[in-house]
Design a protein around this ligand. Structure first.
Ligand SMILES: Nc1nc2c(c(=O)[nH]1)N[C@H]1C(S)=C(S)[C@@H](COP(=O)(O)O)O[C@H]1N2
Ligand SMILES: [Mo]
Length: 312
């Protein structure tokens, strides 16, 4: 029963009645979470110096407040306000990331060894959630490809699998009620992972990532639905098999492995043709959703000859 709730909660905002009903069902199952103690978010984040990137959009950036208070991070609860409320308790230092699988240089790296401050770039990207809302976020990070190259994939490697931390003591969404099958998992084809638009982000708006946005290190793949951009990563594995991914495991007919933003392929329960701009105000017109979230010139070639309705 409870297992089904996580899959039902995800609703497009154009069906407010569903959201309401789903929330009521969920609240019945989240009594433990509601009672959890409130820990304030960490205070001052460290400033990061980053160089601008030619991949940045000059569209209007979503406010810091909206980016950091309207979140999906189910390890801290299902509600958009839960991550900001509960993620402050997460210990993000020290933090290590295991890189393993089909690489010649496997290892366990401190996050500071993976990302050197001199490499940081600012990437202002459009960010489109599968729930049909979007933001424009000034991320800071480095190309994931740089990290993968240093690990030196073996010839047979074809995919990259990612995992989020499992630490129920600090992640109240991981205990007490049914939900996703932890760890949160994601995956990319190796060529998608090596694409220059794909980054590992450690900051936004000039500072280290707030915990609710996936500190200390998260993936950002701007042409795919937001759930591909896995947060608080502890493991990166190279493999020759298409990895299991959390939302695909949860509801395979609703969420595929590719999950490229595609206005022509609707979610079974809502249209993907348009999106609501978070922070745009109640009178803001919905915006048309663009193929590959507006990054078609850069990435369409990765999918040449593929049926994108089948490979959703
Ligand atoms: N580990 C983990 N990563 C996650 C999620 C999650 O629940 N757990 N939610 C995903 C979804 S659905 C979205 S839309 C984005 C939200 O990122 P943001 O809160 O920084 O906007 O994170 C993605 N990464
Ligand atoms: Mo999402």
């Amino acid at each position: 029963m409870l297992i089904r709730q996580a899959e039902k909660i995800r609703s497009s905002e154009i069906t407010p009645r569903d959201v309401y009903l789903n929330r009521r069902k969920l609240l019945a199952g989240t009594a433990g979470l509601i009672g959890a103690s409130l820990v304030p978010s960490t205070g001052l984040a460290a400033r990061l110096d980053a160089v601008p990137s030619r991949y940045s959009t000059n569209e209007k950036q979503t406010s810091f407040n909206d980016i950091t208070s309207y979140n999906n991070f189910y390890e801290f609860g299902f509600d958009k306000s839960d991550p900001k409320r509960y993620a402050g308790r997460l210990t993000t230092s020290p933090w290590s990331v295991v890189i393993d699988g089909m690489v010649n240089r496997p290892g366990t790296y401190g996050v500071e060894d993976l990302i050197s401050p001199s490499q940081l770039e600012e990437r202002v990207y459009r960010f489109r959630c599968v729930e049909a809302w979007s933001m424009v976020v000034p991320w800071i990070g480095i190309p994931l490809g740089d990290v993968i190259k240093r690990a030196d994939p073996t010839g047979g490697a074809k995919y990259v699998a990612f995992e989020t931390l499992v630490r129920p003591e600090e992640m109240p969404g991981q205990k007490g009620f049914g939900g996703l099958d932890w760890p949160y998992r994601e995956g990319l084809r190796l060529d998608e992972a090596m694409h220059p638009l794909t980054i590992l982000a450690n900051g936004l708006y000039g500072n280290e990532l707030p915990n609710q946005n996936g500190a200390p290190l998260r993936l950002v793949v701007p042409w795919k639905y937001g759930f591909k951009s896995i947060k608080s990563i502890v493991r990166i594995s190279l493999t020759d098999k298409q990895p299991q991914t959390t939302w695909n495991m949860q509801a395979p007919r609703e969420y595929g492995f590719y999950s490229n933003v595609n206005p022509q392929v609707d979610h079974p329960r809502w249209s993907q043709a348009s999106e609501r701009t978070v922070g745009g105000g109640v009178f803001a017109k919905r915006k048309e959703t663009l193929m590959f979230n507006g990054y078609a010139d850069e990435v369409a070639g990765l999918y040449a000859g593929m049926d994108l309705a089948k490979n959703y």
